[in-house]
Design a protein around this ligand. Structure first.
Ligand code: TMP
Length: 198
C-alpha cells in the first residue's frame, strides 16, 4: 500500500479535532488526496454504531468493546484500506489504541481487546500515531478538586498513562506531543512529525 496513515490519540479534551483540522489543511495545500476520518463513526454504518455505543442505554463492557471493534472492522475495510491502496494520506481521529486504553485498561477487559481489534482489521497499523498528551487537571492541585472532579481526574490520568505506555512500547511508530502548549506550537510539532514520514 502506497499511502500514508496518521492516527491521533489522547484523552478527551486534549484538542484532537483542532489539531486534525490544522494538519489536514496543511496537507491539502501540498497533496491532492487527503482523507480525514474517525472512529467511531467514519462510515454510515459507523455513525449508527457510534450512536449505539456512545448514546445508547447502558452498554455492557464486552458489548461496548465489540461495537467499537465492529465499527473499526468496517471502517478499515470500506475507507482506510482503499484510501491507502490508491496512495492517499489518511488522517484519523482515534484507532485501536483507544480500545486498548479505554476498554482494555480503564474498563478492565485486558489484553484480549487488542487481539479483537487486530482480528477486526487484519492487523493493519498506522505509520504514525500522534499522542496528544496533557495533564488531566491542568494547573489545578489535587486538594482543590471535589470528589467527582477527583474521580474524573483519576480516570483521565489512567487514560493518559495508557497512551504513554503504548507509545513507549513502539517509539518508532509514535510521536508524543505536549498538548498543553498554544495551538500553533502543538501544530508545528505535529507537522514536523508527519513531514518526516512523507
Ligand atoms: P471522540 O469524540 O473524541 O472520538 O470520542 C469518542 C469517545 O469514545 C471517547 O471518549 C473515547 C471513546 N472510545 C473508546 O472508548 N474506545 C474506542 O475504541 C474508541 C475509538 C473510542
Amino acid at each position: 500500500m502506497s499511502g500514508t496513515w496518521v492516527v491521533f490519540e489522547g484523552g478527551d479534551g486534549v484538542g484532537k479535532t483542532t489539531q486534525i483540522d490544522l494538519l489536514a489543511a496543511w496537507l491539502r495545500s501540498h497533496m491532492p488526496d487527503v482523507v480525514v476520518t474517525r472512529e467511531p463513526g467514519g462510515t454510515p454504518l459507523g455513525v449508527e454504531l457510534r450512536a449505539a455505543v456512545m448514546h445508547g442505554d447502558h452498554v455492557a463492557p464486552r458489548a461496548e468493546a465489540l461495537l467499537y471493534a465492529a465499527d473499526r472492522a468496517h471502517h478499515i475495510h470500506a475507507v482506510v484500506r482503499p484510501a491507502l491502496e490508491r496512495g492517499a494520506v489518511v488522517v484519523q481521529d482515534r484507532y485501536l489504541d483507544s480500545s486498548i486504553v479505554y476498554q482494555g485498561g480503564a474498563r478492565g477487559l485486558g489484553d484480549e481487546v487488542e487481539r479483537i481489534s487486530m482480528w477486526a482489521t487484519e492487523g493493519l497499523l498506522p505509520h504514525l500515531t500522534v499522542v496528544l498528551d496533557m495533564a488531566p487537571t491542568g494547573d489545578r492541585l489535587e486538594r482543590d478538586l471535589d470528589r467527582v472532579e477527583r474521580e474524573t481526574a483519576a480516570h483521565a490520568a489512567q487514560i493518559r498513562a495508557g497512551f504513554l505506555a503504548l507509545a513507549e512500547r513502539a517509539p518508532a511508530r509514535y510521536a508524543v506531543v505536549d498538548a498543553a502548549r498554544p495551538v500553533d506550537v502543538v501544530a508545528a510539532d505535529v507537522r514536523a512529525a508527519v513531514e518526516r514520514l512523507l
